[in-house]
Ligand binder design. Structure first.
Ligand code: SAH
Length: 362
């Protein structure tokens, strides 16, 4: 046994895997084969990798491991949505949500333990920030989902706990692995990064990745957005909007999805809709209205359905594609902004009412 900690191969992209194998004195193609075993076949035991020579397998056992997060709790909601609570190697908990639909299966992936951004209407914010996830922990959520579902998801949204662009160096390789032919083969249009708008990171992302972009807008002017999404004080709308526009400008078919949580009496009037129309003029846009998902301790309330619909119609009349997000999994706190990443008292109480499947991987 060597003294250096074993590397978790789960988080290595194809080029990283190839050079790691070459450094080990093996051939790059062995790295590609191992990548395929891990992600396509879900194998984490080197001895089961039958096309890897025995001597190399022995070396791998000594130097490396494949360690996905562990499912500690499976909570199915009444609408088919499932929340998995995952335990990481240091005992932290995160949440991953599976959202089945007729024509697709979407996994909502976390990028951090907690979140530092403090959006006033998000329950993850109340938990505070603990740490970034590693690339292995991020792609590990897709690894696990693929095993549990029996197939890779058709879509991944980076909309779980955390701000993905605040964890750029781990999120980018993880998203590469999601798209990798030897791994999950999810097309770039079906991998979506959702950000509250960290402008310099968005510019950097444009240089290295071409995934779909969703932006948490939530307000049509700086004064209101400063309150709802405090990162706006650092990167206000006059910086955010052009950076988003640049992100999609290489492809005329691309649009930015603007997420807009509908908060009763706060941002949901026709005047707000008009201001939003003005703001998005000339920007290739889709607006996704999200009914606010309440959580204990919040003062916000969900806008009435007819007000959401009036807002949507106003945008539509101005030629903006606007949809209302169906709330999924809210009976198990798996909806947007309800992920808190620990098995807290409240979910323990809920366990008595919801059928629970205990699962353990590894
Ligand atoms: N940090 C990323 C991912 C967050 S979650 C981001 O800000 O985009 C995905 C979406 O859910 C975001 O648009 C977020 O603002 C929204 N959201 C957060 N809390 C919510 C709540 N309680 N109800 C509805 N949507 C919420």
């Amino acid at each position: 046994m060597s003294d250096t900690p074993k590397i978790n191969l789960l988080g290595l992209t194809r080029p990283e895997m190839e050079s790691w194998f070459v450094n080990l004195g093996a051939k790059a193609f062995h790295g590609r084969n191992v990548l395929k075993w891990i992600h396509k076949h879900g194998v984490f035991d080197f001895d089961a990798m039958t096309d890897v020579p025995q001597r190399l397998r022995d070396l791998l056992r000594d130097k490396a491991r494949v360690a996905p997060p562990r499912v500690v709790l499976t909570q199915p909601a009444s609408d088919g949505t499932t929340k998995w609570v995952l335990e990481l190697e240091d005992g932290q908990h995160i949440e991953t949500v599976y959202i089945p639909e007729e024509s697709r299966s979407t996994i909502c992936v976390s990028s951090q333990v907690g979140c530092a951004l403090d959006c006033s209407f998000c329950s993850t914010a109340q938990q505070g920030f603990n740490r970034n996830l590693t690339a292995a922990e991020i792609v590990g959520q897709v690894w696990l989902a693929s095993r549990l579902l029996g197939h890779p998801p058709s879509n991944v949204v980076m909309m779980g706990m955390g701000e993905p662009l605040a964890n750029f160096d781990n999120v980018v390789p993880a998203m590469e692995l999601m798209q990798e032919d030897l791994a999950y083969m999810i097309s770039k249009t079906r991998v979506t990064i959702s950000t509250s708008g960290i402008v310099p990171a968005l510019r950097r992302l444009r240089e290295v990745s071409d995934v779909s972009l969703a932006v948490s807008l939530h307000a049509p002017d700086n004064a209101l957005r400063d309150q709802l999404v405090p990162i706006n004080r650092k990167y206000p709308l006059e910086e955010l909007i052009p950076a988003c526009k640049e992100f999609v400008q290489h492809d005329r078919r691309r649009k930015i999805t603007w997420e807009y949580v509908m908060l009763d009496g706060v941002n949901d009037s026709i005047a707000h809709a008009k201001a939003l129309i003005r703001l998005l003029q000339g920007v290739p846009s889709k607006v996704n209205l999200i009914p606010f998902n309440p959580f204990p301790g919040t003062d916000y309330q969900t806008s009435p359905a007819d007000r959401v619909e009036a807002f949507r119609q106003r945008l539509k009349r101005a030629g903006i594609i606007a949809t209302t997000r169906k709330t999924r999994g809210d009976d198990i706190d798996a909806a947007c902004g309800q992920l808190v990443g620990k098995v807290h008292d409240r979910s323990r109480r809920r366990l008595q009412r919801i059928p629970v499947v205990q699962e353990s991987y590894q």
